[in-house]
Every structure is written in structure tokens, then in C-alpha cells.
Design a protein around this ligand. Sequence first.
Ligand SMILES: Nc1ncnc2c1ncn2[C@@H]1O[C@H](COP(=O)(O)OP(=O)(O)OP(=O)(O)O)[C@@H](O)[C@H]1O
Length: 314
Amino acid sequence: MTALTPDPSLHALLLQDVARHYGSPHAPVKALDGVDLCVPRGQLFGLVGHNGAGKSTLFKLVLGLVRPTRGQLWVQGIEVGGPAFRQARQRLGYLPEHLALYDNLSGLETLQLFARLKSADAARCLPLLDELGLGAAARRPVREYSKGMRQRLGFAQALLGEPGLLLLDEPTSGLDPAATRDFYATLDRLRQRGVTMLISSHVLAELEQRVDALAMLSAGRLIAQGSVADLRARCTRPLQVQVSATPEVLDGLPATLAPLGLQPQRTDAGRLQVDCPRELKLPLLARLAAQPLADLQVQEPTLETVYFDLREAA
Ligand SMILES: Nc1ncnc2c1ncn2[C@@H]1O[C@H](COP(=O)(O)OP(=O)(O)OP(=O)(O)O)[C@@H](O)[C@H]1O
């Protein structure tokens, strides 16, 4: 786990020992319990966890919409709920999982309404819609918008006020692959401008290739935090190594790999698979490299496998 520095101004977001309990104090629902989290500035940072893990509660705490039962939070160095937070809140963008929109307003009117509520510059509305590919539809009523267009409009309201930190709750749920790709391309552009983004998703494969780092929540507790590579290194599940070669070469591999204690399995006539503990990866590859193979593939555990593994170990 990343060591926490005591200086909140160094981070886009810092949580120290944060708990949020609901219900009776005698039998509380512990939506979050003792979470230490540190999101560096300028990162695309993932937040993953199963249903009810506490992701939305964490967003609400950061936005100051609910108060922590225990602990402290800082957004860009400002304490959430403290005297300077009201102003800092203006530079927080939030895209909730379900954003209520008025069907009879146009996209532009909707965004102008959000701009008024947020005291943001209304002159930015049309350029923002253009930037998100909604310029041509800006004056059409929202009831005519597709799911993807509604999502982009929701995203536009989150971008009002030039936020330094964006909170994105399940932003791609229900989007098709092309819309998802476009959405992440926009996030890339924002990252290049130095915006920090905290994004929650159930689709771990989607985050795997895109986030700088992520935190894993389970039943209100933070079970791991780091880059995908850091978290993979902590996973106890084996790597899968697949090799292709002539049947004669494959016949000889069990004896070659026996000194490592590895037992390859034949998957079809021309292929063989070895489940390999991480610490044996290099010795295995060294032995395989000495063989006349036709092909070799190393499959790392997916982020989903890593999540389940770390959750079991927590
Ligand atoms: N207002 C509330 N009153 C009582 N319990 C609540 C309240 N809000 C959340 N909870 C409980 O807190 C826990 C965490 O909920 P939360 O919505 O934060 O999880 P989540 O990770 O966002 O889930 P999902 O992925 O399903 O949206 C759940 O057990 C939920 O039932």
C-alpha cells in the first residue's frame, strides 16, 4: 500500500481513517470503515468494488454531501466540510451514475441551468457541447437524445467550472464500445491538461488498460491500492504460459520442467499450457527459450482475477 504523507496539499484527494456508518449505532451498516486513500494529482484513478462496496458513499463524502462518522478528507489540500471547502467545491466536477435530466429542455438549456446552479460561466456551455460532440444537437430537446448523448450531456455539466478533480460514478454503464472509447479519449485529453479523475466501474477489464492506479474496496474496507502492475505482483494466482511446438518437442517438455515442479497440460495436439507461480516465471521462460518452440504466450492474471484474489486474502 502507498505510504500516506501527512501533507494533504500534495494530493488531489486524501482520506485518513474515514468511516461512514448508516442506521442505528448499535447495529450500523458500515458503508465505509477506516479507509486511508491517496489519489496523486493528475492521475486517472480507478475505484473498484462489488455492489454495496462503498464507492458511491465515498463520492458523496468527497463532495461533502454526507459527513464522515469518523476520519478526515482533503480535496486538493482543502478539508472537506471545513471553512474553505465551499469555494473548493466549485472546482469539483461530479458525474453521478444516474443524472436526472428534464426531457423538455434542450441540451444547451440543460447545461445553462447547471451553469447557473454552479455559478459557472454560461458562455462555456456551447463550446463544451461542441467539444463533446453535441454541438449539432445542442438545441434539440433532451427527450430525443440517445443514452450516449445523455451521458455526454451529463459529462458536460461535470466539466462546468473547469474542475481540477472529476468524480465519475460508473460513467460508461450502458454505453456501446465506440461511445466508451470516445469517452476515454476525452478523459485522456483532460489528463493531459492536468485534471485528476476518480472513476468507479464494475467493468474491470475496461479500467485495466487505462488507469494510472486504482483502489479496491470490499464491504467498506480498502483492500488494496496501487498501479495495476503493483496489484498484480501481490496476486497469488498463477500466470498461464502457453507454448506451441511440434508434438515431439511438446512430449519432451514435462521432463524439462519437472525440476521446477511444474506440470504442463496438453491443451490440443500442437499446444501445451503451464500454470506458473510468479516467482518461477523467469526460470520457466529461461528453460522454454532453450527449446525449438513455434510460439509462446504469457497470460498475466486479469484485473478481475487480481480483485477476487486480494479480496479473499483480505
Ligand atoms: N442512505 C443510506 N442508508 C442506509 N444504508 C445505506 C445508505 N446509502 C448506502 N447504504 C449502504 O451502504 C453500503 C454501501 O453502499 P454504496 O451505495 O456506497 O455502495 P456502492 O459500492 O456504490 O454500490 P453499487 O456499486 O451497487 O452502486 C451498502 O450496504 C448500502 O446499502
